[in-house]
Design a protein around this ligand. Structure first.
Ligand code: NAD
Length: 302
């Protein structure tokens, strides 16, 4: 069997079109657009490239976008003051602080200073709590797990009663996606197992999974024989395993691999996400969706 490919690049386009149409409609009816501020501290090339992509996507969707590029030397106090400025700005619905921050700044203090109703990354403890409660309490599901759930749903995979196994227990992927899949409601209602570095027999758990979500950051961790025939496999891992010269630009680029042995797994799974082009493109897409949601909550139209 050759698995159906769940392509994040295609699903991203579908969702961005839906968001753009909604933004246009709200602008016409209510005269407002979603406002997103991206706060970048320092000049790390990786952070610059992530922020640039977020800005480009926000502009494409017709959002108001403010870029706050601050020097590496900014004090914690000044950064907190900047966040408070945007907490008080009614035209801003989402505040995004690009991580990592310089060592002299306490990330936790900064993220906790963001108004939870503008925390479109969903990392504030209040939003983590809302996610745990589930249902109508949830405002901003964290973007990568929200993207994973959206892919599963849009691929037509049944989640109700399904055995979901999540490999990894990080706060940004493993724990939140496990929490989301176990909730009562559409795209969830699953029976969830979370496995990690201290799990005794990883293979036996993975073999049970109707939906296997892997977020470990270990290339090739999941072997083909661990996959139940017909399962849906979501490979979140993004691992740099080498470099090559790009045919398009002639520049050096990273060779990426997921956590699953893709070539062998696609012959056993029912559906599978590729790396790159799978979960990766979904994160920024869901950030845009959360920013639109924030505007709708503010306008009382959500
Ligand atoms: P993390 O390092 O914070 O957590 C990894 C988790 O995997 C840990 O809980 C650990 O217990 C578990 N793990 C590690 N090795 C294991 C092993 N051998 N057996 C069982 N469990 C093991 O990582 P993270 O932030 O959750 O990210 C995981 C992967 O997903 C990384 O490759 C990261 O680059 C990728 N990622 C991709 C996106 C995206 O595509 N948008 C977003 C976030 C993370």
């Amino acid at each position: 069997m050759t698995a159906k490919l769940i392509k994040g690049t295609e699903i991203r386009e579908e969702i961005l079109e839906e968001i753009a149409a909604e933004v246009k409609e709200i602008k016409e009816k209510n005269g407002v657009v979603p406002g997103l501020v991206t706060i970048l501290v320092g000049e790390s090339p990786a952070s610059i490239s992530y922020v640039t992509l977020k800005i480009k996507t926000a502009n494409r969707l017709g959002f108001k976008e403010i870029q706050e590029n601050q020097p590496e030397t900014i004090s914690e106090e000044d950064l907190l003051a900047l966040i408070n400025k945007y907490n008080d700005d009614d035209s801003i619905h989402g505040i995004l602080v690009q991580l990592p921050l310089p060592k002299h700044i306490d990330d936790k203090k900064i993220l906790n200073a963001i108004d939870p109703d503008k925390d479109v990354d969903g990392f504030h403890p209040i939003n983590v709590g809302r996610l745990m409660i589930g249902g109508d309490e949830v405002k901003f599901p964290p973007c990568t797990p929200a993207g994973i759930q959206e892919m599963i749903v849009r691929a037509g995979v049944e989640t109700s009663g399904a055995e979901v196994v999540v490999v990894g227990r990080s706060n940004i992927v493993g724990k939140p996606i496990a929490n989301m899949m176990v909730q009562k409601g559409p795209g969830a209602n699953s029976t969830v197992t979370v496995v990690h570095t201290r799990t005794r027999d990883l293979a036996s758990h993975c073999k049970r999974a109707d939906i296997l979500i892997v977020a470990a950051g270990v290339p090739g961790l999941v072997k083909p024989e661990w996959i139940k025939p017909g399962a849906c496999v979501i490979d979140v891992g993004v691992n740099r395993i080498g470099e090559k010269i790009s045919e398009k630009t002639g520049k050096k680029i990273a060779i990426l691999s997921g956590d699953v042995d893709f070539d062998a797994a696609k012959e056993i799974a029912g559906s599978i996400t590729p790396v790159p082009g799978g979960v990766g493109p979904m994160t920024i897409t869901m950030l845009m969706k959360n920013t639109l949601k924030s505007l709708k909550f503010r306008q009382g139209i959500a």
